[in-house]
Design a protein around this ligand. Structure first.
Ligand code: DGY
Length: 350
């Protein structure tokens, strides 16, 4: 009817979320859903031309949510729902000023990213880039098994190395899920840095110690101490200005020569040139990174791609069938709730 059509909520979705999730939006008669039609990153011009008058927009990491975006959408906009837990592509002040809510996708990807963090810690220590390369290049026939070839530091504790220390830069959901996986590897110490402004950090060490009695120490420490003491450093903090290049030359110079660095959060936290230099000069053993500053423009000439002890993955931390389905579903649910004026299942407090 005329009444219904004039009251449809315009929804813009920047990537097709597939046959399991799109119906959540498409089957709602009160929504007019416009989806970027290509299987590629949404074109910025198309996006800006399509969002005027929208009540809600569902975006990927690739869409910048800034004053230009929000002004293009106009005062009808109630909610931005991003299919990601990270939000460094969104200007939170600009959203808050306009009263636009932001939905994101915590929890549903925590296990997938924690799994990948452990995988990268193992791969970085055990020379997986060099060794898989040898097989893939047909070189294995040149390498007889030899007593000490291809050895690297063991992730698990051993009689030679009874103390194993995990250091977490940022100690949120994913870091804590990663720690849970390291307990059966015999990790004995947990160090972490955290946002001094966030609540609960004073009690978290005691809670973690109580949860894992096998740990001999759980402490919140300075970055310098974390660099010096850790056998594995996990970079798991939000991106953005506050954490930019937090892992720099000064940090890397303090690491143990047998330690590995894992980054499964945002590339901007690590100075790539400093890490390449550190690996070249042996300040640490190896690195496993799923995110790189400037991605996806990371080609064969990138200094970290060239480093034999640096395993580089193309941002696949949450790429399990289970996790991506959960993220797309939660993003759709956040959008629907925001448009209807209901509480979001996962709202980021601005
Ligand atoms: C996120 O959710 O922020 C990841 O980077 C992509 O899964």
């Amino acid at each position: 009817s005329h009444f219904r059509t004039t009251h449809k909520h315009k929804i813009v979705v920047t990537r097709n979320l597939g046959p399991d999730v799109m119906p959540l939006l498409l089957n709602r008669p009160e929504f007019e859903v416009i989806t970027w039609p290509e299987d590629s990153v949404c074109d910025r011009d198309w996006f800006l031309k399509t969002i005027p008058g929208a009540s809600g927009i569902l975006v990927m990491l690739s869409e910048k949510i800034n004053p230009e975006t929000l002004d293009a959408a106009g005062p009808s906009l109630k909610v931005v729902s991003t299919m990601s837990v990270g939000y460094d592509h969104c200007e939170l002040d600009a959203l808050a000023q306009r009263g636009v809510k932001l939905g994101h996708t915590p929890d549903v990807l925590t296990d997938a990213v924690a799994d990948l963090s452990v995988m990268l810690a193992l791969m970085a220590g055990r020379n997986s880039k060099e060794t898989t390369g040898i097989v893939q290049n047909g070189q294995w026939p040149n390498f007889n098994w030899a007593p000490f070839s291809f050895c690297g530091p063991q992730l698990s504790s051993s009689s030679f190395n009874p103390t194993r220390t995990a250091g977490f830069i940022g100690f949120g959901r994913i870091s804590q899920a990663t720690l849970a996986r390291l307990i059966p590897f015999g990790f004995t110490h947990c160090l972490f840095t955290g946002n001094p402004n966030s609540s609960g950090t004073s009690t978290i060490a005691a809670e973690i110690q109580a949860k894992y009695p096998s740990l001999k120490g759980v402490r919140r420490v300075s970055l310098d101490e974390l660099a010096k003491e850790s056998d594995v450093v996990f970079v798991l903090a939000p991106g953005g200005k506050e954490t930019y290049h937090i892992v720099n030359e000064g940090f890397l110079r303090q690491m143990k020569k047998t330690a590995v660095l894992v980054n499964t959060s945002r590339g901007t936290l690590v100075d790539s040139d400093a890490l390449a230099k550190a690996l070249r000069e042996g300040w640490l053993w190896g690195a496993g990174i799923d995110v790189v500053e400037g991605e996806p423009n990371v080609g064969l000439d990138h200094p970290l791609v060239k480093e034999p002890r640096c395993v580089v993955l193309p941002h696949i931390g949450s790429a399990t069938n289970e996790s991506r389905l959960g993220m797309a579903t939660l993003a759709a649910q956040n959008l629907i709730a925001g448009v209807l004026g209901e509480p979001l299942p996962a709202e980021l407090q601005l």
